[in-house]
Write a protein that binds this ligand. Structure first.
Ligand SMILES: *Cc1c(COP(=O)(O)O)cnc(C)c1O
Length: 433
């Protein structure tokens, strides 16, 4: 993209941006929540829509001049509904965390209970971590992985907890869980206790949109929250999808499951946010358009195939993976069992050879979050750059080599050069088909 104005008018920011662009192209991006958007998404994101205030919803705004903001928001909404097979989409949440908070407030009263995944077993901060404000407002109780060898959730225990705690929301979703859920079981338990079934699909939305992982809506869920970056490969942002009757957001509806779409709209605005970021909405529309193309299904399948190849090769090289493999795009290496090293040490060694991943806790971790017992990695970003199974095996070998030679300056330096040249063979694509 030509950025002549930036280079002419602010050399300092331009220089830093140039460095970041270079870092992204010369590095191996393995953080499972990251990806590369198309230039079309970047252009929409950097567009004149950022100049516009548009509080409210299409056809019901609080400012004038909304002909085109309405058009672009409606495009984003219609495409999202088509991608995820649902009655309603609120595309205004500024990111994944605000989408979750707005959803809680749409349905819960202070003190109400949410049954979510244990944070140490892969749940997200916004599922009630004690450091969050929402944990002081709502009561979060947690289910766990029942079998750490297979990763299966203990559904009998989930049901027993639901019967005991009477949650208003049962929440399926994770940011560090390499396996699949049985959505039917979640929905069945939610129905039994009269709870709303909510899925936070931030990590896997692209894999659901691409049709390679099941869609919770096909199994009786009421709400899906998600980010629009990560596997969905759009701009940083959030979205709330729901089933039910779409009503007038200006009128307060009765609090029923049927009215969730309108309750959610009113919770996002005016309940929680002010003006939506319309350039971001435009970029979401573009990304959803890309995700509706047949090429996106190919990408989504390759993300899964690559994760399997990477996991298999890592295990062949002696790595202990949490749950011994993966069903999605991510995996966790138990670095303490594998190499006697904490995750932060492994993250730092890999940084030195241009490979980026993140330290991460493992289930029931005995080490603290800043020096945890594992690392988390995944395949979306490098799949976007065109890598396939052979390249995944090579990545596993690079990881092993870097860790083995972590005290050998010379080897690390050579390896960094090799990784860089390898990455440059797979340029960041400008277009996604
Ligand atoms: C990433 C993520 C979020 C938060 O998204 P942000 O855009 O960082 O606010 C919420 N839930 C889950 C499960 C996530 O993985």
């Amino acid at each position: 993209m030509q950025r002549t104005h930036l280079h002419d008018e602010d050399q300092q920011v331009a220089a830093v941006l140039d460095h970041e662009i270079r870092r992204q192209s010369e590095g191996m991006e393995l953080i499972p929540s990251e990806n590369y958007v198309s230039q079309a998404v970047l252009e929409a994101l950097g567009s004149e829509f950022t100049n516009k205030y548009s509080e409210g919803y299409p056809g019901k705004r609080y400012y004038g001049g909304q002909e085109f903001t309405d058009d672009v928001e409606n495009l984003a909404i219609e495409r999202a509904k088509q991608l995820f097979h649902c009655d309603h989409a609120n595309v205004q949440p500024l990111s994944g965390a605000p989408a979750n908070v707005a959803t809680y407030f749409a349905w819960l009263e202070p003190g109400d209970t949410v049954l979510g995944m244990d944070l140490g077993h892969g749940g997200h901060l916004t599922h009630g971590h004690p450091v969050t404000y929402i944990s002081k407002i709502f009561n979060f109780v947690r289910y766990k992985i029942g079998n750490l060898e297979t990763g299966e959730i203990d559904y009998d225990n989930l049901r027993a907890m639901a019967l005991e705690h009477k949650p208003k929301i049962i929440l399926a979703g994770f940011s560090a869980y390499p396996r699949s859920y049985d959505y039917d079981k979640f929905a069945e338990i939610a129905k039994e206790v009269g709870a709303v079934a909510m899925a936070d699909m931030a990590h896997i939305a692209g894999l659901i949109a691409g049709g390679v992982l099941p869609n919770p809506f096909d199994h009786g869920f009421h709400i899906i929250t998600t980010t629009t970056h990560k596997t969905l490969r759009g701009p940083r942002g959030g979205m709330i999808l729901s089933q039910g009757k779409v009503g007038n957001p200006l009128k307060k509806p009765e609090k029923t499951i049927e009215n969730l779409p309108t309750l959610i709209d009113r919770s996002v605005f005016p309940g929680f946010q002010g003006g939506p970021h319309m350039s971001n909405t435009a970029a979401k529309a573009v990304a959803f358009g890309e995700a509706l193309k047949p090429e996106f299904k190919v990408y989504a399948q390759q993300v899964l195939d690559n994760a399997k190849a990477l996991a298999d090769e890592l295990m062949k090289l002696g790595c202990k993976l949490v749950t011994n493999g993966t069903d999605n795009h991510l995996m966790l290496i138990d670095t303490v069992t594998s190499w006697g090293l904490t995750g932060d040490v492994v993250e730092t060694v890999l940084d030195r050879v241009n490979m980026t991943l993140n330290k991460n806790g493992i289930p029931d971790d005995k080490n603290p979050p800043y020096t945890p017992s594992g690392v988390r990695l995944g395949t979306p970003a490098m799949t976007t750059r065109g890598m396939k199974e052979d390249e995944m095996r090579k990545i596993a070998q690079y990881i092993r080599k870097a860790v083995d030679h972590r005290d050998d300056e010379g080897t690390l330096k050579n390896l960094q050069q090799e990784v860089k040249e390898f990455c440059l063979q797979y340029p960041v694509p400008e277009s996604h088909g």
